[in-house]
Design a protein around this ligand. Sequence first.
Ligand code: KMH
Ligand code: ZN
Length: 274
Amino acid sequence: MVDTQKLIITAAVTGAEVTKKQQPNLPITPDEIAEEAYRCYLSGASIVHVHARDPEGKPTQSLEIYREIKEKIEAKCNIIVQPSTGGAVWHTVEERIQPLYLNPEMATLSTGTCNFGKDIFANPEEYIERFALEMKKRGIKPEIEVFERGMIENALRLVKKGILEPPLHFDFVMGVPGAIPGNIQDLVYLVNCIPPGSTWSVAGIGRYELPLAVHAIAMGGHVRVGFEDNIYYRKGELAKSNAQLVERIVRIAKELGREIATPDEAREILGIRR
Ligand code: KMH
Ligand code: ZN
């Protein structure tokens, strides 16, 4: 592929919804998460999207647990650590904002509300602006999580207000039951809706992960994989690790002539200053 950015692979290694019962290799403790992030880095991931869990395995937005995870990952490698401000659907705004106080290089920013399976993932304007302003103040690069098309417009409104600064980086989370489906035509539509000069990645949920990733590679976008989004390697076969999912993307990208970005190259592409 000529003149295409190197491929940024994000590993979403834990998430807030998956349990060890569903995926026995799910990393839960800070040590497990750091080790998994390191394995994904060795496999070709340049960003790790992090959700913390408490000692019982329950999702938590505890600043101290995020701190431990971040320090343990940073002791092993220079992968970009991207904590979640989405948390779990039942976390309060005060809980969700906690990891921003660690000044990570990047963090997620969901710019709208949607159904999320049987639940509601609530992101009223007030929350979005609170998170975005905190990120702006601290120089944290937001990854705008788009679960529905209107969330792009909400992000653009924040640009008009001076709260978000272009170039924007979007992650299209597709195939969540109750939100945008994981169809290729929907991906093309979303890509056509973002401003020129933006970067984007796609996170397909479950069986949508692989086909959307392959299309994103061919379209010049970036890719997110990992147990947060998909616990299977193929139908009926659980993945052995997050790294196994990253390795498959690396193989496909290489076949398609797309080089893989190192963390520092990802920083350059995303305009992150260390
Ligand atoms: N767990 C979802 C409700 C994010 O990390 O920013 C929200 C989520 C988005 O995972
Ligand atoms: Zn997440």
